[in-house]
Design a protein around this ligand. Sequence first.
Ligand code: ZN
Length: 201
Amino acid sequence: MDDIETLARLFEKFPGIGPRQAKRFVYFLLRADGGYRADLIQRISSLSKGVARCDLCGRFMAASLTRSCAVCGNGERNKAQVMVVLKDADIESFESANVYQGTYLVLGTLAQLTQDALPSTLQSILARRFHTSSGVQEIILALPVTTDGEHTSELVKQALKTVVADTVSVSMLARGLSTGSELEYADPQTLRNAFTLRKNN
Ligand SMILES: [Zn+2]
């Protein structure tokens, strides 16, 4: 495999990027000026040094002295309410919909349909965030409306039974979101409706 193919394969791992787009990125880089390429290389290699994860919700944030992100560290937010999302971009979508005043938890990955129990990484994310003294009263599942997303929601619901007290309410976003949809691409009004009409389980 030549260098063009090798780099294209790496770009194919990006979300939503197919082989043709991956090749376009490589040709773009080949034609880009050296300063741009050097800046990109430097930014990528320093990415893990400049970025940390919030202790509470797990989202990525600029590495600094604070250990919690702007949402978790905000005294105005309702800490008793936690929305479980797949990825950081979902938080941004909900924040711009301006309907939710609680906090978040980022899972980062979904369970596969072939798994009949929640993977241990996800189990420990839930256990760490929802321990009995966490003060959480409502958990809102806001995972993608896809086969894996819905399967994961079911497994999370089962797992939560052993993690949180019976008094904690577990709800799911309403089906204003069409099947197959990702929160990241939903418009603000759809997100507002899905949140307002959320259903208790
Ligand atoms: Zn946070």
